[in-house]
Structure formats: C-alpha cells, structure tokens
Design a binder for this molecule. Structure first.
Ligand SMILES: Cc1ncc(COP(=O)(O)O)c(C=O)c1O
Length: 444
C-alpha cells in the first residue's frame, strides 16, 4: 500500500461502557415520538418548571453575551457574593469564599461526590441522578428508605444502622445526600427529622449534601425549609440553581455552598480541582445573569411567587384526580411533583392487566393512553411498589402566551388547556379503574 494511503476501514471491536439515558430524559423522548406520530399525549414525566424565562433575566444575559473569557474556576466574585446574600436571607450566613459555581447543580453534585471520594447514602426514593452519578463515579449507592410522608431524607434511624452495616462490610461511607424539598414526592422532611439526620451524620462522621434546588417553591406563602446547614454547618454542603424557581434549566448554572473551617476548605480545593479539569468555569454570561437573579430584585421575587402559586394550584388539582381514582397520595407541599401510590388497587390491576410492578403500570399508561409518567423504581423505590412520579408542569401551556396566562391566572386549573388536560387525566384514570373492574386484557 502506498505510504500516504489510509489503511482499510476496520470496525471498532469493543462496545463503549453502557450508560443508560437518564429516565426523565428518556420519557420525554418517548412522549415526543408519540406526538410526532400525531398521538394524543399527556406529558407528566419531565421535571421542567414549565414557565417562561423572565424578560429581566434575558436582558441581563444579553448584556453579558460578549463575555467570552473563561473566568475564575470558583465563579465570578459578583456571583459568589450574590449567592452568599441569597443564602444569608434564608438564615444561612455565608462567606462568598465558600461558594463555588458550576454549569448547573447536577455537575456540581457529581464533582462533590468525586471530591469526597467515598461511598454515599441516598434516600429511597430519590432523584434519579444521585444513584446514577454515584455509579458513574465507581461507587455503589446505599439506599435508605425515607420516613413515611417525608420524602428526600433517609430515615435517621435506618441511616445509622445502614452505615454501620456497610462499614462492617468494608465500605468507606462518607456522605449522605438529601433533597429539601423533595423530588420525586413534592414533600418536605420535618425539622425534627432533619435535626435527627444531622445528629446521625455527626455520630457517624458523614458529610451531608443538601440539594435545595426547590427551596423557593414551597406552596404555603412564607413556608420555610429546614436545612441541615443550620444544624450541622461544619459538614453540610448546600446546592441550588436557577433551573426550577426561575425555569432556567437550559442555561446551565448552579452554585454550591461549602462548610467553613479546615474540612470545608479542603473540600473546596478538591472540588475546584475537579471543576478545573471538567468545566474550567461556569459560562460567564450565565454567571452575570445568575448574580442578578440571586440578588432577588422585586420583579423576580414576584415571578417566583406567581410560579409557586401556579405549581401549587395545578399539582393540587392533579393530586385530587389521582385520589378520586383510588390512588393514595401524600399531598405535595412544594415543587411540581406528586407521587401517587396505586397499592390500594394492586389486586385488580394484576387481575385485569397483569401489572406487578410500577414499570408495568407506567408502560400501560404510556402505551395505551399516551400518559408519560415515571415509575417509582426509576427513583430507587421497590419495583413492586405501584408508585409513580407525576410532574404536571408541562401542562401549563403549549407556548409562552399560554404559560404567561397560566402564571397570571388566579385559578389556573380552570384555564381551558389545563382543565382539558385534567379532564383527560380523569378519563384515563377512570378508564383504568373501569377496565380493572371489567377485567379487560392489557394493552387493548
Ligand atoms: C432534585 C434535583 N436536583 C438537581 C437537579 C438538576 O438541576 P440543574 O439544572 O441545576 O443541574 C434537578 C433537576 O431535575 C433536581 O430535580
């Protein structure tokens, strides 16, 4: 063969490491495929806030669009000071030197797990990515059930036991991840539970990673969230972002608040090392917009307030429909999720449709009715528990005009496009229970 000729094409002989698509993104794609085929769908799977970006944020982003430089790894001084002020107003006085910014809280969480370098406990159920990230980091997440009705926090009594047993098996358990308020259940652990969790974290020498991305979306006006950073400040890292309260998930910007003191400084150094090798710095224009947002100007406070009312109204209406259909639902107190349990209909669902697991049930809902929801098993719940996460926020509107009308409405659940979706949901749920009663075969 002449010297400069490429050699014959040779197919790669090995498979890349299999990493499944995040369950939330996967259900989104399944719904989009059905929509393209012209099928009727109810998109209740994806955890998107479903409201438009506020024009003041767009303006700030535009003003900083010319910032092409990398900037400091930890984030700009302006963003770190604004985030420190944000936390200070929530009872967590913060030195800007303890704040690290990143391209969303998701990569910050992964970088934290990498920096901590030990095994991690996550709640069962809990947000899909904690366990997936732990696995990517080469760790085997330890799942601990939450107390009844208090999602997001592993039961403190079970946590101590799980850590002692894991250590006896040789595992180097170093951290516990909590979600306050919680995704997937929309509930908030009580102050007493958070205090007990912190006491166990101290006894067992664990770092607490507190994901507080839904903190500003508590439904009750003036409602607060207990943060482990209040009760175990020396060992708690808090993360948040603009993705949920300001619906800027696609902008990819988040912040972490590290503990003060020698451990916090060492963790910061390590986190910065990881950040410097993966994302270098958070996007500069986003940092500028986020500094504006974390300073909480009145127009954004009002916007978040309206979105909180919208989430409360629609998630409450959806919860009512599930309850009316016979599911057990713990009333959500925050965010835009609910976690109905079809356990009370288990025997009938098995007899009529052969349903034995949450995945069987969500598959039936998707294929037969075009309803996209996620099985509890995607969140680490027991596969046989007939629970699912329902995220109604994509019902707010097909376009920004409808979404703005929903934000402005005193009774958003009565707007025709939302009421229509709610009625369709009731129809599906009553058909499911009617076919349960009639004993119809699955996937008719
Ligand atoms: C509990 C929780 N944490 C983190 C994230 C990711 O947020 P970000 O967009 O800041 O990466 C999500 C998004 O769904 C979430 O639900």
């Amino acid at each position: 063969m002449p010297q400069n000729q490429p050699s014959a094409v040779r197919p790669v002989s090995f498979e890349p490491r299999p990493v499944p698509l995040s369950a939330t993104l996967a259900v989104n794609e399944a719904i989009a495929r059905k929509r393209r085929r012209g099928e009727r769908v109810l998109p209740l799977g994806f955890g998107e806030a479903g409201i438009p970006i506020h024009p003041a944020l767009t303006r700030e982003l535009g003003a900083a669009a010319g910032r092409g430089g990398y900037g400091p790894v930890a984030g700009s001084a302006a963003l770190r000071a604004a985030a420190a002020g944000y936390w200070g107003r929530r009872g967590l006085p913060t030195d800007p030197g303890t704040v690290v910014a990143g391209p969303g809280s998701k990569p910050l969480l992964f970088a934290l797990l990498t920096a901590l370098g030990g095994d991690v406990v996550v709640a069962a159920p809990s947000w899909v990515s904690y366990a997936a990230q732990a696995s990517l980091a080469g760790l085997d997440p330890i799942r601990v059930a939450t107390p009844p009705g208090e999602g997001g926090v592993p039961s403190p009594a079970l946590l101590a036991d799980a850590v002692v047993r894991a250590r006896a098996r040789g595992r180097d358990v170093r951290a516990v991840v909590v979600t306050l308020p919680d995704n997937p259940t929309g509930t908030i652990a009580s102050e007493a539970t958070v205090r007990r969790l912190c006491a166990v974290a101290r006894e067992q020498d664990l770092v607490v990673i507190s994901d507080e991305i839904y903190r500003d979306l508590v439904h009750a006006p003036g409602g607060t969230v207990p943060s482990p950073a209040q009760y175990a400040p020396e060992r708690t890292v808090v993360t948040t972002s603009l993705s949920k309260s300001l619906a800027a998930g696609g902008w990819r910007i988040g912040v972490a608040r590290l503990p003060e003191g020698p451990f916090g400084r060492a963790l910061r150094d390590s986190l910065m090392g990881v950040a410097s090798e993966i994302w270098s710095s958070a996007p500069a224009p986003m940092q500028h917009a986020a500094a504006f947002a974390f300073a909480e100007p009145p127009e954004l406070v009002e916007h978040v307030d309206r979105s909180r009312r919208l989430h409360a109204a629609v998630v409450g209406a959806v919860a009512d429909r599930f309850t009316a259909a016979g599911a057990r639902v713990v009333r959500p107190e925050a965010a835009f999720y609910l976690y109905p349990d079809f356990g009370p209909m288990r025997d009938e669902l098995e007899a009529a449709h052969g349903i034995r697991t949450a995945a069987d049930l969500t598959h039936l809902l998707l294929e037969r009715y075009g309803v996209g929801v996620l099985p509890g098993s995607s969140f680490g719940d027991a596969p046989a528990a007939l629970r699912m996460r329902v995220a109604p926020s994509l019902l707010y509107g097909e376009d920004d005009e409808q979404r703005l009308a929903a934000l402005a409405s005193p009774a958003p659940a009565s707007l025709p496009w939302i009421a229509g979706a709610l009625d369709r949901l009731s129809e599906v749920l009553s058909d499911l229970s009617a076919s349960v009663t009639a004993g119809e075969p699955a996937l008719a």
